[in-house]
Design a protein around this ligand. Structure first.
Ligand code: 5GP
Ligand code: ZN
Length: 110
């Protein structure tokens, strides 16, 4: 079982900020901004493209959950990122949407 599947199964603790039937959101263990939340499907998909192909509604729900969290926190802007592949910085191969906000975010990202 992958590390995020273990968080879903409550085998590993996480600071959970939102949960629904299909989606879990929790604070990143190594936050890169005042808000750095990971929004994930409760079922294992390797990356965002696989999630889009296999469960497009779930991908849409994940984006909506991120926006809902941003609105609750009254972020004046935010960044969503799906790192895909090792060279793009993906280290956990269970699709996860990074929600980053609460500070000015530079562009382009590193
Ligand atoms: P990636 O680099 O794959 O796009 O993102 C993986 C993210 O998961 C990283 O930002 C990393 O800090 C976070 N992460 C890795 N392991 C854990 C964990 O056990 N708990 C939490 N909350 N975050 C984790
Ligand atoms: Zn998984």
């Amino acid at each position: 079982m992958c590390i995020f599947c273990k968080i879903v199964a409550r085998e590993i603790p996480a600071d959970i900020v939102f949960e629904s039937i299909n989606v879990l959101a929790f604070n990143d263990i190594s936050p890169q901004a005042p808000t750095h939340v990971l929004v994930i499907p409760k079922w294992h998909h390797e990356n965002a493209a696989e999630l889009a192909a296999q469960a497009p509604g779930l991908l849409a729900e994940i984006v909506s959950v991120a926006d809902q969290i941003a609105k609750e926190r009254e972020l004046d802007g935010y960044r969503l990122a799906f790192n895909t592949g090792e060279s793009a910085g993906q280290t956990v191969f269970h699709a996860h949407l990074h929600l980053l906000g609460g500070r000015a975010l530079g562009w382009p990202p590193g």
